[in-house]
Write a protein that binds this ligand. Structure first.
Ligand code: ATP
Length: 260
């Protein structure tokens, strides 16, 4: 039996008259790799924003299962949610472009515990004793992701696919229990997408974390995830294994129709 990590029950988000997320319930278990798919405007990014505190829910309950019991995430700010163990990447790349690859990772580590960029930049987070320890940990992460040779380069010099990889490293630098990836393969060529697929699998396995992935690239999703949720017009259309989803008539009609 898998144990739950995060549950969202009957989540609703209204933007004025528009219901972007309509009564959606999902659960993500420990060490799971889950896909979230659906047509444009289905509410996928909004759901990520709700779960990570970027946008407040209109109604519904978000609960995180921890060693200390169940913790409600409702009303928590993004920094508090990050501290609770949820980390994410965004659709658009959000690196500090002028800073080195290594500093991008070090800042991500410190951001976990401090609110402001300036306040955090020279502080060492709790889980490292010294700045040297933190730098060593950042270097180790870069090595795992094959980024050692570019550690001293400004992030802006990296090719697009490598920048996206660095974003995942930054999200991992906060030592999350749950990692949300919002279209990590967007804009990548097939070779970069194949590399990324391997990387996501490796991260989930080696870091023993739960990963939730929004993705338009169906080959990536179907190859990598264990379970999928499908959203349409803000509502949950289906849930199942990749095989079940691929054969679900409602999903084929709503989303896979042009690929089936
Ligand atoms: N801040 C906002 N204010 C008003 N409407 C919003 C806001 N954010 C999202 N929406 C609307 O909510 C709906 C869901 O959008 P969302 O971006 O979550 O969809 P998505 O499934 O992530 O789409 P895509 O695959 O194109 O990224 C859309 O109709 C969108 O226009």
């Amino acid at each position: 039996m898998s144990s739950p990590l995060l549950t969202a029950q009957q989540i609703v988000k209204n933007f004025g008259g528009l219901t972007a997320v309509a009564n959606v319930s999902v659960h993500f278990d420990q060490n799971e790799l889950i896909g979230l798919i659906g047509p444009n405007g289905a509410g996928k990014t909004t759901l990520f924003n709700l779960l990570t505190g970027v946008t407040p829910v209109t109604s519904g309950a978000i609960s995180l299962y921890t060693d200390q019991g169940v913790q409600s995430l409702n009303g928590k700010r993004p920094a508090e949610i990050a501290q609770a163990g949820l980390s994410r990447t965004f659709q658009n790349i959000r690196l500090f472009k002028e800073l080195s690859v290594l500093d991008n990772v070090r800042i991500a580590m410190t951001n976990h515990y401090q609110e402001g960029f300036l306040a955090s930049i020279f502080r060492v987070p709790k889980f490292y004793r010294t700045e040297a320890d933190m730098t060593l940990a950042a270097q180790k992460l870069l090595a795992i992701f094959d980024l050692t040779s570019v550690a001293d380069q400004p992030a802006k010099n990296l090719p697009y696919g490598i920048q996206r990889r660095l974003e995942i490293v930054r999200a991992l630098a906060t030592k999350p229990k749950l990692l949300f990836l919002d279209e990590p393969a967007a804009g990548m060529n097939p070779e970069e997408t194949a590399d990324l697929t391997r990387l996501i699998r490796q991260v989930q396995r080696d870091f023993h974390i739960t990963i939730v992935l929004i993705e338009h690239d169906m080959s990536l999703v179907m190859n990598v995830v264990e379970r999928l949720y499908v959203l349409e017009h803000g509502a949950l259309l289906a849930e199942g294994t990749p095989n079940e989803i691929q054969h679900n008539p409602a999903v084929i009609k709503a989303y896979l129709g042009d690929e089936a």
